[in-house]
Design a protein around this ligand. Structure first.
Ligand SMILES: [Zn+2]
Length: 113
């Protein structure tokens, strides 16, 4: 691989693997506190808390899945590695670290991430 160039085959392999992982994660059922037949209020509260945490994690997974799928589409139409915000090239080192990064490091910093 030439330094400074994006290894698209490697990026695709990682994106496909990540998509599979996320889909599996999102396919798992969330425990439903409503199915609890009997328990103390504290137990109920902690179960609600856990459900909310699961939902928050799921929300994050879904966001990430959207990014992974957008990156795969970009690979298909040849725009992969272009910042969706400013249109400049995303540094290959950044894509190596985060293959589904939609923006360059400058835009990511500006967005406060
Ligand atoms: Zn940018």
């Amino acid at each position: 691989m030439v330094p400074g160039e994006i290894d698209r085959a490697a990026a695709r392999a990682r994106l496909v693997a990540e998509r599979r992982r996320l889909l599996e994660e999102l396919g798992e059922p969330i425990e439903n506190p409503g199915q609890m037949t009997y328990g103390s209020q504290a137990a109920a509260a902690s179960q609600v808390f856990e459900q909310q945490r699961d939902l928050a994690l799921r929300e994050r997974s879904r966001t990430e899945l959207g990014r992974v799928e957008a990156a795969l589409r970009a690979l298909d139409d040849g725009t992969y590695g272009t910042c969706v915000s400013c249109g400049k090239s995303i540094a290959p080192e950044r894509l190596e670290a985060i293959p589904w990064a939609p923006t360059c490091i400058d835009c990511a910093r500006k967005a406060g991430r």
